[in-house]
Write a protein that binds this ligand. Structure first.
Ligand SMILES: NC(=O)c1ccc[n+]([C@@H]2O[C@H](COP(=O)([O-])OP(=O)(O)OC[C@H]3O[C@@H](n4cnc5c(N)ncnc54)[C@H](O)[C@@H]3O)[C@@H](O)[C@H]2O)c1
Length: 270
């Protein structure tokens, strides 16, 4: 159902690891809507992931970059502008990883070095990316910068652990940098707070399958699929949302405004 909403626009998509990744669907949707893009991921993900398949499918280039490394980000932005032929219109940050979750350290027994690394990968990388784009004046007027987040930034979901604080930090960076990008460069910065989604990052959280079912029942529209998240990203990269900035936008089938849904009682046997 392409409408060429992104015709003539150029962008960078972070975080496509395999065909379950939200970023994978976003890349497909952006190209289907007429955009020219580059793909990027951490060098280790290029070795173990399937991003090469996506790059062949879409006929776009991959530029490896560890999102915590400023030199890598500078090289990524410079190369993307060379390949795409000028300033960018949009960027998607779709990166998340918690060392304490991955290594099964409980929230009450956190390893703080790992926590700092988690914040660097999952949140500070967003600031590093925006600062790189800013210094290189890499985003066109009325461009759009977007990151993906989760409601655990604002409500407690115990098994999400230190990722909750990572997402709170990420959302705050969107507001703070959004002010500077908006007032000086007419560029918008937003976060999308997405439903639980069956991906590598999502599946790493303890009890994810049960929680996925719970959120699905709680949400009047059900969990929002990755494909719909991609469509929402396209709308936020398009000219139809030029005045939306510094927002955390829920894309969750209504979950965030629910108190109780009788459908949930059925799965909890109450
Ligand atoms: N899956 C969910 O339930 C869910 C829900 C809400 C928000 N999100 C968010 O969506 C985003 C994408 O996650 P996903 O669910 O598609 O999972 P995913 O595992 O497919 O994507 C995470 C990506 O982060 C990349 N990454 C990790 N460390 C990196 C680094 N140092 N430099 C560059 N890239 C790095 C990985 O290689 C991977 O491609 C994340 O921000 C995640 O927190 C996911």
């Amino acid at each position: 159902m392409s409408k060429n909403l992104l015709e003539g626009k150029k962008g960078i998509i972070f975080g496509a690891l395999d065909d379950k990744s939200i970023a994978w669907k976003v890349a497909e949707a952006c190209v289907a809507e007429g955009a020219q893009i580059t793909l990027t991921n951490a060098p280790v993900a290029l070795r173990f992931g399937k991003i090469q398949k996506l790059s062949e499918q879409l006929n776009v280039e991959i530029i490896p970059a560890d999102a915590t490394n400023i030199e890598d980000l500078e090289n990524l932005v410079t190369q993307s502008m060379e390949i795409l032929g000028g300033q960018l219109d949009f960027v998607l940050h779709s990166i998340g990883m918690s060392l304490n979750v991955r290594k099964k350290r409980h929230y009450t027994d956190i390893n703080y070095e790992w926590m700092q690394k988690t914040f660097d990968i999952s949140a500070i990388s967003f600031h590093k990316l925006m600062q790189t784009l800013w210094k290189k004046d890499a985003i066109k007027e009325w461009g759009s910068i977007l990151a993906l987040t989760y409601i655990a930034s604002q409500r407690t979901f115990p098994d999400y652990s230190e990722m909750a604080e990572s997402k709170a930090l990420l959302e705050s960076f969107a507001r703070s940098f959004g002010y500077h990008f908006g007032s000086e460069k007419k560029v918008r910065v937003n976060t999308i707070s997405q439903s639980p989604t069956m991906t590598t990052a999502g599946g790493g959280v303890k009890g994810f399958d049960e929680f996925f079912d719970y959120a699905h029942k709680m949400s009047p529209l059900g969990n929002a699929p990755a494909e719909d998240c991609a469509a929402f990203c396209v709308s936020l990269f398009s000219d139809y949302t030029r005045m939306v900035t510094m927002q955390n936008l829920y894309h969750d089938g209504g979950f965030s405004n629910m108190g109780m849904n009788p459908a949930v009682l059925e799965i909890t046997n109450m």
